[in-house]
Design a protein around this ligand. Structure first.
Ligand SMILES: C[S@@+](CC[C@H](N)C(=O)[O-])C[C@H]1O[C@@H](n2cnc3c(N)ncnc32)[C@H](O)[C@@H]1O
Length: 243
C-alpha cells in the first residue's frame, strides 16, 4: 500500500467524518438511480463503495455487484445494508483498488464517486477503470471541477480555515476538461452530466442535512430536471464505452 493509500484509509476508517454530510450521499444515490433508470446489468462495480448506499439499491436490477473500499469500517456498514436475499450476488472486497487484479472488459456498469480527489494519479485511476469496462458499458464518475469559480471560493475558504485549524490532508485538483479529454481519448462518449455544489462554505453548520438537501434541489434541480447547471462545480458524468 502506498503512503497516500495509508493516509486515505486512516481518514475513512473514521466513517462519521464522511457520513455527517449524508445529504450529499442522497443526491449521489438519486443521480445514479436517474442515470440508470430502466437499465438492467450483468456485472456492476462500485469503486469506492463506501457504505454501499449508492449501488445496493441497484441490486434488484443487477446479476452481480462488487463493492470495493479500502476502509474496513465503511464495508462493515455496507454489509449490514445488503438485504439478506441479495447477499449471494454481492462481493465485498476490502483492498486498495490499485493493488487488485480484476478481470478486464468485464463490467457493464462501473460507478466511481468520490475517489478522484483521493488517489495518487487520477489518470492511472481512469485507465484502470476503462480497462475493466465492457464495450458498450456505462461509467458514472464524479469530480469537483478544480477550474470552476466556485472551486476557487472553496479553496480560499479552506485556506482561511487552515490558518486556524492546520490540516495536512489536501485533495487532488482535477478539472472538467481533463475528465472529458481523457475519457473521450479512451473511446468513451459523454452521454450526460448533472452538476451542483457540494460545499456551503462557512455556512454548512447553520443548516441541517435536510435543509441543505432542499436548498440544493431548489437551486440545481435534479438529474431529470437540472437547473442553473453552469453554477455547479461538482459534476456527476455518465460515459459510455464504444463497442
Ligand atoms: C468520499 S468517499 C466516497 C464513497 C462513496 N462512493 C460515495 O460517493 O459516498 C471515498 C471512499 O474512497 C475510499 N478509498 C479511497 N482510496 C481508495 C483506494 N485506493 N481503494 C479503495 N478505496 C479507496 C475511502 O475509503 C472512502 O470510503
Amino acid at each position: 500500500m502506498t503512503d497516500k493509500s495509508k493516509v486515505v484509509k486512516e481518514l475513512f476508517e473514521n466513517t462519521a467524518l464522511y457520513l455527517t454530510y449524508d445529504y450529499n450521499l442522497q443526491i449521489r444515490k438519486e443521480t445514479v438511480e436517474t442515470f440508470t433508470s430502466g437499465m438492467n446489468f450483468t456485472n456492476v462495480l462500485d469503486i469506492p463503495s463506501g457504505t454501499g448506499a449508492i449501488s445496493i439499491p441497484l441490486l434488484n436490477r443487477a446479476e452481480k455487484l462488487t463493492l470495493i473500499d479500502i476502509s474496513s469500517n465503511m464495508l462493515a456498514i455496507a454489509k449490514k445494508n445488503i438485504p439478506e436475499n441479495y447477499l449471494s450476488k454481492t462481493e465485498i472486497i476490502n483492498a486498495d483498488f490499485f493493488e487488485l487484479n480484476l478481470p478486464e472488459n468485464s463490467y457493464d456498469l462501473i460507478i466511481c464517486l468520490g475517489l478522484l480527489a483521493h488517489v495518487n494519479s487520477p489518470e492511472q485511476l481512469i485507465n484502470k477503470i476503462v480497462s475493466l469496462l465492457k464495450p458498450d458499458g456505462i461509467f458514472i464518475i464524479q469530480n469537483t471541477d478544480a477550474s470552476h469559480s466556485y472551486s476557487y471560493l472553496i479553496r480560499l475558504y479552506l485556506r482561511l480555515k487552515n490558518l486556524i485549524h492546520k490540516q495536512s490532508y489536501s485533495l487532488n485538483k482535477v478539472t472538467d476538461s481533463f475528465i472529458k479529454n481523457k475519457l473521450q481519448s479512451t473511446d468513451l462518449e459523454l452521454i450526460k452530466s448533472y452538476r451542483y455544489n457540494q460545499s456551503f462554505l462557512g455556512f454548512s453548520n447553520l443548516f441541517s442535512n435536510e435543509k441543505k438537501y432542499k436548498l440544493t434541489r431548489n437551486f440545481f434541480g435534479d438529474a431529470t430536471n437540472p437547473k442553473n447547471q453552469s453554477l455547479g462545480s461538482d459534476y456527476t458524468y455518465l460515459f459510455k464505452k464504444k463497442s
